[in-house]
Design a protein around this ligand. Structure first.
Ligand code: A2P
Length: 343
């Protein structure tokens, strides 16, 4: 990316949960924004948002939306990414895409700056950098420090995923069901975003089921973890679960490493790794939880213990704000990387 004082940015999906977080993070981190173009569907045309003291009006995402744009942040769903990312690239923008559309394309880098920043330069091939799935991003921030101590061979992951991972509609659905329960003691039965009532429930079903019996969300964890770590010998089996939490995904991780990693080695590796914090004082009931990790940039790791049932086994627990590290923050960090390294 050519060196400039300021960069023109577009956010496709600006009115959504991730799009709104992107705006906030760009402002918080003082990203050198020239023009900021906010794009969404016709439903949102004309809506106004304030950004760094300016008022910006939302326009409709279309083929001509990207003229003069340097960096286009996409968070309007896979269908829109497939339809419009090429238009953005043809207009001269680099696309940072938050959907699953391009993540497993071997010519498109899938990047977490703390883990594989060097891969971002690969975007020159297609003009697109992919942002990982939100659960993968949170889980891998806990896996990588351990993987650096001793190669991880196998992972059993169980996720506890917040409703905001399903977008603004997920937040609205939990809110309305809780409100209805508090008024009449009956959560409404009708659902739009989730397959079942989410208030006072947990749903072991995120994204659609594949023939193998795993959901697509579960297979994303397996496939994306391998791609980001650049290690196709790792195997990961996942169960992904939606829980009635507004924000922050948590993941229980059980690992088998090549050699034994002690609890103290794991703690030390986590203390020294960027973007994570150790919260591991069970005696004082201190461990990571969504209420603490919400709104924070770091992913929080704790409950570290040796798994006594297998050789070289370790169990741990991570909680991270999936709208931040799992989506908007990681996308902005990728943009910072492109600008800083002129790649
Ligand atoms: P809109 O608010 O106008 O529907 P979330 O994941 O939180 O639901 O957000 C999805 C984002 O993607 C929103 O900004 C939404 O805009 C946008 N979006 C959804 N469908 C389209 C579409 N057909 N064209 C453009 N933007 C869309």
């Amino acid at each position: 990316m050519e060196r400039k004082e300021k960069y023109n940015l577009a956010i496709a999906g600006a009115t959504g949960a991730v799009g709104q977080e992107m705006m906030q993070i760009l402002e918080e981190r003082n990203f050198p924004v020239g023009e900021l173009r906010l794009l969404a569907s016709e439903r949102s045309q004309g809506r106004k948002y304030s950004f760094c003291g300016r008022e910006i009006t939302v326009s409709v995402l279309g083929e001509d939306s990207f003229r003069g744009i340097d960096i286009a942040l996409f968070s309007a769903g896979s269908e829109r990414s497939r339809k419009y990312a090429d238009c953005a690239v043809a207009s001269g923008a680099v696309v940072i895409d938050n959907s699953s559309a391009f993540r497993m394309d071997p010519e498109i880098p899938l990047v977490i700056p703390e883990i594989n920043a060097q891969a971002a330069a690969l975007h020159v091939k297609k003009g697109i950098v992919a942002n990982p799935n939100c659960t993968t991003a949170v889980a891998i921030m806990a896996l990588k420090p351990i993987h650096d101590v001793s190669r991880i061979k196998r992972v059993v992951a169980t996720s506890f995923q917040a409703v905001s991972g399903a977008g603004a509609g997920g937040i609205a659905e939990l809110e309305s069901q809780v409100r209805s329960w508090s008024e009449s003691k009956e959560p409404p039965r009708e659902t739009n975003t989730f397959p079942h009532q989410i208030a006072f429930n947990v749903i072991p079903h995120i994204d659609s089921f594949t023939e193998s019996g795993y959901t697509k969300e579960e297979m994303k964890l397996h496939n994306e973890t391998r791609k980001i770590l650049g290690d196709d010998s790792i195997v990961l089996t996942a169960t992904t679960v939606r829980v009635p939490v507004f924000r922050s995904h948590s993941v229980s991780l059980n690992l088998e490493t090549e050699r034994k990693v002690t609890i103290e080695e794991a703690r030390e590796a986590i203390r020294n790794f960027p973007g994570v914090s150790l919260v591991d004082d069970p005696e004082n009931s201190d461990y990571p939880m969504p209420v603490e990790s919400s709104g924070k940039d770091d992913c929080f790791i704790g409950r570290i213990r040796e798994d006594y049932t297998v050789k070289n086994g370790l169990s741990l627990w991570v909680s991270g704000d999936q709208l931040r590290k799992g989506a908007a923050l990681n996308a902005v960090q990728i943009a910072e990387l492109l600008v800083r390294n002129h790649v």
